[in-house]
Design a protein around this ligand. Structure first.
Ligand SMILES: [Fe+2]
Length: 273
């Protein structure tokens, strides 16, 4: 395996490995260590089957399914993220995946199936680097706070569509708002990370509305600092695997009306502390 670092803060491109063949426990163990260290890993030319993608993700632990997206036949944990001219992607902002869960995903394994001729890159930001760059006074202040994450808030556009409320009724009932610490401890590295995101975090518990809005606004801008980020240009058959506890990501929706399709698996995580 060869490792090429992608930016100063996070990201490593891993080559010299064939995920259609190198699927033993020892390889998966190395991948897990690399993931915790580099926070997001990229693999190119990996024409894996759904079963192989499933096996890679499962090596980290149990998987989660998403309440709102279509899935690959016979693989309920593999969600299809597709953007077309008729149905462009609605996810625009920086976020961690599914933080509306009491146990948000440990990580995500995303595989590319259809990639536009140009555009459609993805950005990641290191929440470790973002936390480390805060002053000790701000770190200490934020460390005592908790925030609410809400599925209905993140999916408000889909809910407002005609038929959206009925289609997502079960998802809304199954995913009531949850509370997570604003700063969490990574359970494997022990590092402190920022754990609020613009897609799902609605407010900070116990603060007046304007203070909550100002602090979240500051953090949502802070995590976009270029020095905390890396960028990946997709080809077909790439796999990006990120630590969803220590990163956020943003899709760059600059390829409309071209067709883009990726398949995603999220791995179950533990309760943030
Ligand atoms: Fe995402």
């Amino acid at each position: 395996m060869e490792i090429k670092l992608v930016s100063g803060a996070l990201g490593a491109e891993v080559s010299g490995i064939d995920l259609t063949k190198d699927t033993d426990a020892a390889t998966y163990k190395v991948i897990r260590e690399l993931l915790v260290q580099h926070e997001v890993l990229f693999f190119r030319d990996q024409d894996v089957s759904p079963a192989q993608q499933h096996a890679l993700a499962s090596s980290f632990g149990p998987l989660q399914s998403h309440p709102a997206y279509d899935t690959v036949e016979n693989f309920p944990e593999i969600t299809i993220l597709e953007s077309t001219a008729e149905k462009p992607s609605k996810i625009e902002c920086w976020h961690g995946d599914m933080t509306f869960r009491a146990h948000p995903p440990l990580g995500t394994v995303l595989r590319s199936k259809i990639i536009p001729e140009k555009g459609g890159d993805t950005l990641w930001s290191s929440m470790t680097a973002a936390y480390d760059a805060l002053s000790p006074a701000m770190q200490s202040f934020l460390s005592g706070l908790n925030a609410v994450h809400d599925f209905s808030y993140g999916f408000r556009e889909s809910l407002a569509e005609s038929g959206g409320r009925a289609r997502l009724e079960k998802a809304v009932l199954d995913n009531p708002p949850v509370v997570h610490p604003v700063i969490r401890t990574h359970p494997e590295s022990g590092k402190r990370v920022i754990f609020v995101n613009a897609l799902f975090t609605t407010h900070i518990v116990g603060l007046p509305k304007d203070e909550s809005k100002a602090i979240l606004g500051f953090l949502f801008e802070h995590i976009q600092t270029a020095e905390f980020t890396c960028r990946f240009s997709w080809d077909v058959n790439c796999i990006a695997m990120w630590d969803n506890r220590s990163t956020q990501h943003k899709p760059i929706n600059d390829y409309y009306p071209a067709h883009r399709c990726l398949e995603r698996i999220v791995i179950d995580g533990d309760k943030p502390y």
